[in-house]
Design a protein around this ligand. Structure first.
Ligand code: NI
Length: 249
């Protein structure tokens, strides 16, 4: 069930049978010369939608702007600073727990979001901790590439040139789901340089076309399809296991 295509009575009925929800979360940021700006929010959304086709799960609207300050020297990137992002995630969580959701799984598509999502969880748990009361809910962060089996498959598909940003695995996923938006370019060098990630102008100087360590030329829609099918299956299993975890009230 997709929250944005449901009515409030339908969501209320869902809560009567399940208190678990998945929130795709990502970023709108440059992904090199051929990667879509939406790559990091499209990938978790595509995987959640695929899981929803066969499992009785509820998918929240995608949180599609994240912590991408280091990509701001490239056109089209939209970022929240960490403090804004943390505050916004907190209000999403408080909205959902207020309706009775007890298990919220954030399916993340952007490495730069991880620290802020974890910090947001700590901020929200602090509401209960400082008041010396039980939270009554549990929060979980899952990066799509860490879902069981997915990292192994990506390493098999792309033994070299996977890299850290504008990776062939994420680009393959968008090529499969959105064939009309597929782009091509000549990559020079074929595998982008690797190194640290700091602020925006330094990033652009170090990684002129926006890629980090990757060769997106290895992406194909067929590889993307295999990644999505496996990730969707793993997500449904993760959600099942998470639902069964006890949360003392
Ligand atoms: Ni990405």
């Amino acid at each position: 069930m997709l929250m944005h295509l449901s009515t409030w009575p339908e969501v209320e009925q869902f809560i009567a049978r399940s208190r678990t929800i998945v929130v795709p979360i990502g970023s709108n940021e440059q992904h090199g010369p051929t990667g879509l700006l939406g790559t990091d929010w499209l990938c978790p959304e595509i995987i959640a939608l695929e899981a929803e086709r066969t499992a009785d799960i509820l998918v929240a609207p995608t949180f599609n702007i994240g912590m991408a300050q280091h990509h701001l020297a490239f056109a089209g990137t939209i970022s929240l600073r960490p403090s804004t992002f943390i505050a916004a995630i907190g209000d999403w969580i408080r909205s959902l727990t207020g309706h009775g959701f007890e298990k919220i799984l954030f399916l993340n598509g952007h490495g730069g979001n991880i620290a802020s999502i974890e910090a947001a969880f700590s901020e929200v748990y602090a509401d209960a901790s400082f008041a010396k009361r039980r939270a009554g809910y549990a929060l979980k962060l899952c990066n799509w590439w860490d879902l069981p089996g997915v990292g192994e498959l990506a390493r098999e598909q792309f033994p070299s040139g996977h890299g850290a940003h504008a990776t062939p695995s994420e680009i393959a996923i968008t090529q499969w789901a959105l064939p009309h938006a597929r782009k091509s370019a000549h990559y020079a060098p074929q595998i982008a340089p690797s190194g640290p990630i700091r602020e925006a102008l330094e990033f652009r100087a170090r990684y002129p076309d926006g890629r980090v360590g990757s060769d997106p030329g290895q992406a194909t829609p067929e590889k993307g399809e295999a990644l999505v099918k496996l990730a969707a299956q793993s997500l449904a299993q993760e959600l099942d296991a998470f639902s069964l975890e006890p949360v003392p009230a």
